[in-house]
Design a protein around this ligand. Structure first.
Ligand code: MTE
Length: 324
């Protein structure tokens, strides 16, 4: 399906910069002091840092997890209220301001299915799975295809541990992930022109890489609903749209899947989606990024700076469109 209208996160770099500036905390504070123009901003950021948090999730006792010091940042951690309130979650609408609507997501119980090319199909409640997994905290940069970025302490577990649990057959080449699609609780699904459910995929090699992470929490607490509770993918070397939220199904297959955005506009959003400053999006540059919560625009790095972990995955794939 080809959608001609511009989607919320498909905005030119200049406009992206404006949005990030809009979120600058100091400006927000100045604005708050100034009064009326601020009502929309105050609404946007919620009434407090944990306004849309998930402290009462059934696995709350597992947080905070010990930090894995192998993964270091080159910039300060983004202030917590920004990732919690500046959100892309199309199932709840196409604006960034969907943290409120996302609270209708019912995460208890949450059935997860593992199927396709596996030794045996498994259905398990996500919270039971989380209790079986080796939770740790990792500091990762996150680079959205819209040219903004943030640095977040994720809690979760290596995706490799998930593969060990699921036991895919050796003939499986891809893992396909699917988000819940529930019309009763997800108002965004009324946008019938999108190919719901949201689907993403990785090769088994990518999913086995050290960096591939299944997120179950952020900032030392369980994952807020708007950020993809109870479990989501975190692939920091790829554009953010690969990091699928609120997963209900993992299917193992030998066929490359067509992901949600690729299905909508394959000429702009590919399967690989690795970050590369030298390959512009057809409608804007990817050379630099606006760091959320600052006035800074910094150069974007190839593989979002994670080349030492992942570059080898792609050395025999020269003919592929690896960077879109
Ligand atoms: N997953 C689902 N199911 N639906 C979405 O709309 N948006 C993606 C990704 N995962 C999205 C999704 C995009 S474009 C980005 S940048 C990240 O989620 C944003 O994650 P965050 O809101 O936690 O920062």
């Amino acid at each position: 399906m080809l959608i001609k209208s511009k989607r919320g996160w498909e905005i030119p770099e200049s406009q992206v910069a404006d949005e990030a500036t809009f979120l600058n905390r100091r400006q927000l504070m100045k604005g708050l002091a100034a009064g009326s123009i601020l009502a929309p901003m105050a609404g946007f950021l919620g009434s407090g840092t944990r306004a849309f948090g998930a402290d009462n999730a059934p696995t709350a006792d597992l947080y905070p997890a010990t930090r894995n010091e192998k993964f270091v940042l080159d910039r300060p951690i983004t202030e917590e209220k920004l990732p919690l309130n500046y959100v892309n979650f199309y199932e709840f609408g196409s604006s960034k301001n969907v943290a409120g609507p996302a609270q209708s997501l019912n995460i208890q119980p949450w059935q997860l299915k593992f199927d396709g090319m596996v030794e045996k199909e498994i259905t398990i409640d996500a919270h039971d799975l989380i209790r079986k997994m080796p939770l740790e905290e990792r500091l990762y940069r996150h680079r959205c295809v819209e040219a903004w970025s943030m640095a977040v302490p994720w809690t979760g577990f290596p995706m490799r541990a998930l593969l060990d649990f699921a036991k895919p057959l050796s003939s499986a080449k891809y893992v396909v992930m699917e988000t819940l699609a529930d019309k009763k609780t997800m108002p965004g699904l009324s946008a019938f022109w999108y190919p719901w459910p949201y689907i993403e995929g990785l090769t088994i090699d990518e999913a086995s890489n050290d960096l591939a992470f299944i997120g179950t929490g952020i900032y030392g607490k369980p994952m807020p609903k708007q950020n993809g509770a109870p479990i989501r993918l975190v692939t920091p070397w790829k554009y953010g749209f690969k990091s699928i939220k609120s997963i209900v199904r993992f299917t193992f297959t030998d066929e490359r899947p067509k992901s949600f955005w690729e299905e909508i506009q394959g000429s702009e959003y590919g399967f690989w989606a690795n970050v590369n400053p030298e390959v512009p999006h057809p409608r804007w540059s990817q050379a630099t990024e606006r760091v959320l919560g600052t006035d800074e625009r910094v150069p974007t790095q190839i593989f979002n700076g994670y080349g030492e972990f992942v570059a080898d995955l792609y050395k025999n794939k020269k003919g592929e469109k690896l960077f879109m």
